[in-house]
Design a binder for this molecule. Structure first.
Ligand SMILES: NC(=O)c1ccc[n+]([C@@H]2O[C@H](COP(=O)([O-])OP(=O)(O)OC[C@H]3O[C@@H](n4cnc5c(N)ncnc54)[C@H](OP(=O)(O)O)[C@@H]3O)[C@@H](O)[C@H]2O)c1
Length: 257
């Protein structure tokens, strides 16, 4: 029988819940970054990605620093339990490569948070350039499909998993000048409910509307009034607790933080 590492054993003794491996996409800023840091603080292992090389590199060491077992190893430079990489979720082949790496290093996630997302610049639909519409759809919908295509088979082997697809209030209502974004988030809701019907026992897929939080994305659509809303750091503890407490009973639900 495998024995627990000292850090894990200490956690079990101290009543800490067992450490989970959580894949979070879009971790370079905003909600994804704050969520990754909050989960790491609670002892969970993070697999994260985003396109910004520098921000991704900085996050890797920040995660190490906040992890409760950061100083528990006697080794001078212990291998990181976190794996943060620069990757574009729109690239099916890049996501496939990450999944291969994860499978080889036996870090298959227990939870996936499909958080990476983008919004069009405020504009009426006939003023949104075709390329910009494509970027919103390719990131917000196809990005999730790419992750599920390559990670679900790994999770199915492990026989359990929770999928959280980041939706929006605008995945359940409509607003002018963000039609591409609304369309993409309504798609996330539909995709999630369909996936929920495909999953084997032991799994759940939910769509999660995070609420309204002051991030770059909010500033893009709300302008300076974005500053009136909560910070990602204030949001993250509530979101983390909610995500960590999801069970198979939640399969197919549309939830809100
Ligand atoms: N903030 C809110 O009030 C709010 C409300 C409703 C829903 N949401 C949803 O919550 C999620 C996070 O939003 P946010 O407000 O934190 O947005 P944000 O501040 O703009 O951050 C978006 C994150 O996604 C990453 N990303 C974007 N395109 C990507 C791609 N192609 N590949 C990989 N990563 C990519 C960005 O990193 P790089 O640019 O480095 O790739 C960044 O880390 C989104 O799905 C959003 O729709 C937010």
């Amino acid at each position: 029988m495998p024995t627990a590492t000292p850090a894990v054993a200490a956690g079990i003794k101290g009543g800490m819940p067992p450490s989970k491996t959580v894949l979070v996409t879009g971790v370079s800023r905003g909600l994804g970054r704050a969520l990754a840091l909050e989960l790491a603080k609670r002892g969970h292992a993070i697999i994260g990605c985003a396109r910004s090389v520098e921000k991704v590199q900085a996050l890797q060491s920040e995660l190490m620093a906040v992890s409760p077992d950061a100083s528990s190893s006697s080794s001078a430079s212990p291998p990181s339990k976190h794996l943060i990489t620069h990757l574009d979720v729109r690239s099916d082949s890049a996501v496939r490569e990450l999944a291969k790496l994860i499978a080889e290093s036996r870090r298959v996630p227990d939870i996936i948070v499909n958080n990476a997302g983008t919004i069009n610049k405020n504009n009426k639909i006939w003023q949104v350039p075709a390329e910009e519409f494509d970027i919103v759809i390719d990131t917000n919908i196809k990005g999730i499909a790419n992750v599920l295509r390559h990670f679900m088979p790994l999770m199915i082997e492990k026989k359990h998993g929770i999928i959280v697809n980041m939706s929006s209030g605008w995945g359940r209502s409509a607003a002018a000048e963000v039609a591409p974004y609304c369309a993409s988030k309504w798609a996330v809701e539909g995709l999630t409910k369909s996936v929920a019907k495909e999953l084997p026992p032991g799994f759940a897929a939910v769509s999660l509307s995070p609420g309204v939080i002051n991030t770059d994305m909010l500033a893009s659509c709300f302008g300076s009034s974005a500053a009136l809303y909560q910070t990602p750091e204030t949001w993250a503890p509530t979101a983390a607790t909610m995500i960590l407490s999801l069970t198979v009973e939640d399969n197919g639900a549309s939830l809100t933080v």
